[in-house]
Write a protein that binds this ligand. Sequence first.
Ligand code: NAP
Length: 483
Amino acid sequence: MIESPLLEKLNGYIGGRWTDNVQGNTFDVYNPATGDVIAKVASMSESEVEDAVAAGKSALRLTSPYSIETRRKWLEDIRDALKANREEVGRILCMEHGKPLQEAQGEVDYAAGFFDYCSKHIQALDAHTIPEKPKDCTWTVHYRPVGVTGLITPWNFPIGMIAKKLSAALAAGCPSVIKPASETPLTMIALFTLMDQHTDMPDGMVNLVMGKASVIGKVLCESPDVPMLSFTGSTEVGRKLIQDTADQVKKLALELGGNAPFIVFDDADLDAAADNLIANKFRGGGQTCVCANRIFVHEKVADAFGEKLAERVNKMTVGDGINGDVDLGPLINKAGFDKVKRHLEDALEQGASLVAGKQPGDLGDGLFFPPTVITDVTRDMCCYREETFGPLVPMALFRTEEEVIEAGNDTEFGLASYVFTGDAERAQRVAAGLRFGHCGWNTGTGPTPEAPFGGMKASGIGREGGLEGLFEFVEAQTVPRGF
Ligand code: NAP
C-alpha cells in the first residue's frame, strides 16, 4: 500500500471536509508497474454526489461575487502548494500511472503553470464598458460564473488535466464537482489535501467525488444545478455526454481523442525530426492525446528516417518509472496493452514490416510494451484508423504535399498535428490545410498554459489554456443602461 502524508484520507471531499464513507464501498487502485494494489479508495453513492452538487451550489455567489483579488489568491496558493510538493505529488502520480518519476514531477510543474497563468491574467475577466453607445445606452459587459461545474478527467495526465479546468473555473468563480479517472484518483486526493491545507477557499468551492462513472455521470448530467460539464477523455464518452445533456442544453467543454499526423518532408532536418518524434511519441508511454499516431515520411527519406528512429529506439530503457532512470514505463492496464498489441499484429499481418521492437509473440507478460517502429503502413490498418495510445510508431510513405494533407485529414479527429520541413511557405500551407487545433512546425511539442489548446471535428469543443481557456467558465452578460 502507498504511504504518503498527502494520502491520509482516501475518501471524497464535500463542503470543505472529507467524507466518512459510511457505506464502506471502495475500489482498488493499482501500480501498473508491479500489478500491486496500492490503495482502496471510497466509491461514492448517488446521494453523496448530489450532496457535492448542493455544496457547490451553496458556494456559488452571484449577487456578491468573489473579488478578482480573492480568486487570484486561491490560484496563487494552489500554484505554490503544487510547486512546494512537486516531488511527493509526482511520486504518487508515478506510482498510480506508471510514467517515469521525472516526467511525473514535470507534470506537476506543468499543472502549477495553469494556476500561475490564470492568476496573472485574471484581470481579463473584469467587466468593461464598450466604447460605442448603440441605441443611446451605455453597454457594460460582465463575465459571470457559469455556475457549478462538473469536471471529469482521464488517467493519462492525473494532475495536468484537472489543472487546466480547475484554474479557469476558479478564476471565473465557479464551484466544481470533480471526478478523477478510477485508475488514478490518488493524485487528485493529494491535490485536495493540498487545497484543504493551503488555501482559504469557501466550503463547497471544490468537491471531490470518486467511484462509478455511470453513477457520477448521471447526477452531473441530470442535475439542473450543474449548468456546465468540462470533460477530457475519449470521444466515445464525450458523445454520450452530449446526448445525456441535450435536454437541458448544458454548456459543454470537451477535450476528446486524437489521431495525430506527424509529417516529415524530404527537406526536413531528419535528426531534429527524429529527436522530436521520440520526445513526442513516448511521453507518458505513448498514452497522450497529442502523441503522433501516424507518421508520414516522404518516400525519398523514409529509409534514412527509419534508421534514425531505430537507432534511438534501440537505446531506450523500459521499466518501473519509480527507479528514476527509465525512458518508458508500463501501459496503464491490460486493455491498453492488448490494444497496442492488436494494432501491431494487424499491421504486420497486412504487410507492414518491423523496423525496431519485438514481434507480438515475444512481448511477454506484464504491461511493459517495448518501443516499436513499423513501416509500410496503409490506410486500412487499425494503427492508422484508431488512436493506438501506446509506444508504436507506424510509418507511412508519401510523395506530394497535396497527398499528405489529404491523408493527414483522413480521420474524424482534429487535435494535434506536426509538420517538419525547411520550407517556411510550405509549412504555412500545410498548417492551414490540416484541420487540427494544434500544428507544430519543426517541433513535437504539445500544449502549454499560455496558449489555447483544443480539438477540431470529433476531438472536441472549446479550448483550455491561454486567454481562450480563461473564458471557458464564464457567461458574458451585457447590461445596457438607458438613463
Ligand atoms: P474515458 O474512458 O473517456 O474516461 C475519461 C473519464 O470519464 C474518466 O474519469 C471516466 O471514469 C469518465 N467516464 C467514463 N464514462 C463516463 C460517463 N458515462 N459519464 C461520466 N464520466 C464518465 O477516457 P480515458 O481512457 O480515461 O482517457 C483516454 C482518452 O482521453 C483518449 O482518447 C485521449 O485521447 C483522451 N484525452 C484527450 C485530451 C485532450 O486534451 N483532448 C487529453 C487527454 C486525454 P472512469 O475512469 O471511472 O471510467
